[in-house]
Structure formats: C-alpha cells, structure tokens
Design a protein around this ligand. Structure first.
Ligand SMILES: Nc1ncnc2c1ncn2[C@@H]1O[C@H](COP(=O)(O)OP(=O)(O)OP(=O)(O)O)[C@@H](O)[C@H]1O
Ligand SMILES: [Mg+2]
Length: 234
C-alpha cells in the first residue's frame, strides 16, 4: 500500500486581493521506505505540497491520504495528532530549541505525544543519537555544535517517535557540500535501517542524484516523474 496518495490535489491561497494557485491539481503516490525529491523553480509549490502532506496546511480541493488516513479535512487537533503519530520534520534552518540540550531536543517530541517513562525515553533518545553519530554530544547546546551536527540532531528528532514519513524542506540548503552529502547518506541509512520514507523539497543536485524518485513541479503542476534509482544502491 502506498504511504502517500494524492488525487487532483489543489491548494489556492486567497490573500484577499489575489488568489495564488500554489498547487493546481496534482496526482502522485509515494511508496514506503523510499527517498523522494520534489524539485522545481522557486514558487513552484514544493513547500506547499510538503506542508499539506505533513498536515500543516489543508488542501483546497482533491484528496490526500497519508499512512492509510484521509487527511484532507482534518480538524486542527486531529492534524496535530496525525503529525505526532506519523510525521517527522527536518527544516532548512534545523529548528532546534536553543535553550534545550541536544539530548532534550531529541527527547522533546516523545514528551509531546507519548507517556513513556523517563527511562524508556532516555534509551530511545540515546539509540537515535547513536544512530546519527552524536552519542557523546547529548549534553551540548545547539550553539556549541556545527551546522552538520545540528542537522544530524534534527534527523534524530524527526525519527525518535518512529515516524514512518519524514518531510524535509530543503534540508541541505545551509550545509556545505561535504556535510550535505553526509546528511543524505545518513538519511539513506535510516531508510534502510528503520524503513523510513523521506520526502524532500530541494534545489540541491546532490539530493536529486541520491533519491529513488524525483517529481518535478512547475507553476503548481507536476511536469515529470522520474525513477532516479540512486537511493537503493548508491
Ligand atoms: N501562506 C501563503 N500565502 C499566500 N501565498 C503563498 C503562501 N505560501 C506560498 N504561497 C505562494 O504559493 C506559491 C508556491 O509557494 P511555495 O512556497 O510552495 O514554493 P516553493 O516551490 O517551495 O519555492 P522555494 O523554492 O522558493 O521554497 C508561490 O507563488 C508562493 O508565493
Ligand atoms: Mg519552499
């Protein structure tokens, strides 16, 4: 079963004076344990699509199923619950909370959605920090680690609740070349290990070379759908 199914999906922003058709009736599906990139020029609708898939923004028309659930018309509360149960987010600017340590940043989503014991939370956080190569950095604050390390922490945070889908809006935009490559490798490894699906929006050719599927957007429409195939073996 597909993890994401979009049918004739539309998003129109009505700003009062003008209507912006950010997404104009797109159809696509995304399979479990895959790496997928949405590419296309600035303003083509990449972030809008990701936000709808993640239940951060609701479609104007069409259908959207994620993890077997119809999410087109969720209330705010149900959308929040849906995100907590199924989705992890990785952002361009990492979005770590500066007043929390690395450990506490990764622990944060667990406190929001599950009533686990402290000990169980601790084990889970350590497992993820180890998986991203940050096992011994948990006591540090975000200001004390590099950009690449911050993004590793963000990946650990996105995966800590066992999300089957991680949405990453330009996750490598603020990273140098080498660091970006390492983050992509890390996501591939997480995909293989945890069967997580990663969906990116990106301008970064290094990501495009490494994903399974590339969707090209232009002006809110889907132009192309390519099997890039680098993800499974590269
Ligand atoms: N909250 C909003 N209100 C009104 N218009 C919006 C809003 N968000 C996005 N848009 C418009 O929708 C269109 C698609 O924007 P979107 O952010 O999805 O593009 P993008 O492909 O992510 O671009 P970029 O590569 O620059 O991040 C653009 O015309 C944008 O101006
Ligand atoms: Mg964007």
């Amino acid at each position: 079963m597909s993890l994401v199914v979009a049918k004739r999906l539309v998003k129109t922003y009505d700003t009062g004076e003008v209507k912006v058709e950010a997404v104009r009736g797109v159809d696509f599906s995304i399979e479990p344990a895959s790496l997928v990139a949405f590419i296309g020029p600035s303003g083509s609708g990449k972030s809008t699509l990701l936000n709808m898939i993640g239940g951060l923004d609701s479609p104007t028309a069409g259908e959207l199923q994620v993890a077997g659930q119809e999410i087109t018309h969720l209330s705010r509360r149900d959308a929040a619950r849906f995100r907590g149960e199924h989705i992890g987010f990785v952002f361009q600017d990492f979005n770590l909370l500066p007043v929390l340590t690395v450990f506490e940043n990764v622990e944060y989503p667990l406190q929001m959605v599950q009533n686990w014991t402290k000990g169980r939370r601790k084990n889970r956080v350590q497992e993820l920090l180890a998986a991203v190569g940050m096992a011994d950095q948990g006591h540090k604050y975000p200001s004390q680690i590099s950009g690449g390390q911050k993004q590793r922490v963000a990946v650990a945070r996105a995966l800590v609740t066992n999300a089957e889908l991680v949405l990453a809006d330009e996750p490598t935009a603020n990273l140098d070349r080498e660091t970006a490559c390492r983050i992509i490798d890390l996501m591939k490894q997480m995909r293989d290990e945890f069967k997580t699906t990663f969906v990116f929006s990106t301008h970064d050719p290094r990501i495009v070379d490494n994903v399974d599927i590339t969707f090209t957007l232009e002006d809110g429409s889907l132009l192309k759908h390519e099997q890039t195939g680098g993800g499974k073996h590269g």
